[in-house]
Ligand binder design. Structure first.
Ligand code: TXA
Ligand code: MG
Length: 319
């Protein structure tokens, strides 16, 4: 019988387990988050797998303070103003990533931007301050289900091998996700209504444009061409064309390719998700290869998201 994740109370223990690469559900003032090391592709892939997220919609990066935030994001004057007014607190800002930062490419879905916030919950503050890395944390519920505002909600959703524990922080004060604002361009856009009322934001940012009312938030990954390599990409391949590199999956990749990267030699979809963007970047070399051939990926679990990303990349390419 699968066991439920135990509730723990100790921040130092939580930090130690996160350092070991485990996923822990953590309290914030908005909702409980499913947290893991935001610098580690494999840990981030485990978050997507546990949530059964059908896409790689990027995750929010949680940091203890502005100094840490600046390691990962570029702060415009407007971003500085909002940080001063609303952080720590339930506001998430989408900003341009700082060059050569160490964030997992999977946490930002390979976008040039990053969604970042400084939570106010005292236990989450302590935890973030105790860690040498930021935490990726989407709400701690399976995709499409109600966000958790108590440890027992998280326990209902996950087994201990998905989420190794829940750090108890009591009931969430807001019980509603953070407000998300995109400040990565000159035109600030409200991407998600949330715990900070938009009227409050407008007071500090008169130019703020509201996202179309009633419209679903478009996952940034759905619009982006950033998944597409510069060279052509083919799907479902098992035989090479001259000069192609192979993005393989499984124990028996076919021969004849210039270079082979294997997403997972054991056929593990979580490992494959962790390697996806990294290996796409390695193979995206117009100076070395005429194109990238990709092997078939099983269409279950994270395989669905991987296929989605590869299909977009293939469609945008001229192969
Ligand atoms: O209150 C919250 O924000 C909670 C707690 C745990 O912090 N977290 C949360 O995360 O709601 P999540 O993953 O459920 O929502 C993240 C949202 C997604 O809609 C995603 O599309 C958006 O943030 N997002 C993340 N990175 C983005 C980016 N670079 N550009 C635009 N939107 C982004
Ligand atoms: Mg959510």
């Amino acid at each position: 019988m699968p066991t439920i994740p135990p509730v723990i109370h100790d921040v130092a223990l939580t930090a130690a387990r996160l350092r070991a690469g485990e996923l822990i559900a953590v309290p914030t003032e908005t909702v409980y988050g499913l947290a893991g090391n935001a610098l580690d592709d494999l840990v981030v892939a485990k978050i997507y797998a546990a949530k059964n997220r059908p896409d790689f919609n990027p995750l929010i990066v949680h940091v203890p303070d502005l100094h840490a935030a600046m390691e990962f994001a570029e702060f415009s004057p407007a971003a500085n103003t909002l940080a001063e007014k609303f952080w720590p607190g339930p506001l998430t800002m989408v900003l341009q990533q700082r060059a050569a930062n160490k964030l997992s490419r999977l946490v930002t879905a390979n976008l040039p931007t990053v969604a970042i916030r400084i939570p106010a919950h005292p236990k989450m503050q302590q935890l973030l301050s105790a860690l040498p890395f930021p935490l990726a944390a989407p709400s701690a519920n399976p995709s499409g289900m109600i966000s958790p505002t108590l440890p027992e909600h998280v326990q209902r959703y996950f087994t201990a091998d998905q989420v190794s524990a829940v750090l108890d922080g009591g009931p969430c004060a807001h019980g509603l996700e953070s407000t998300i604002i995109d400040l990565s361009t000159d035109q600030p856009v409200l991407l998600r209504q949330g715990a900070v009322a938009s009227a409050e934001l407008v007071a500090h940012l008169p130019g703020l444009r509201e996202a179309v009312k009633g419209a679903a938030i478009t996952a940034p990954g759905m619009l982006s061409r950033h998944y597409a390599p510069a060279i052509p990409l083919r799907l479902g391949c098992d035989n090479p064309r001259a000069g192609e590199a192979l993005l393989a999956f499984g124990p028996n990749p076919p021969g004849g390719f210039v270079t082979i990267c294997n997403l997972s030699a054991t056929g593990d979809l979580t490992e494959a998700a962790a390697n996806l963007y990294h290996q796409m970047h390695i193979l995206d070399r117009a100076d070395l290869y005429v194109g990238i051939a990709t092997m078939p990926i099983p269409a279950h679990g994270l395989g669905v998201a991987i296929i989605d990303r590869l299909s977009r990349a293939a469609k945008d390419s001229t192969a």
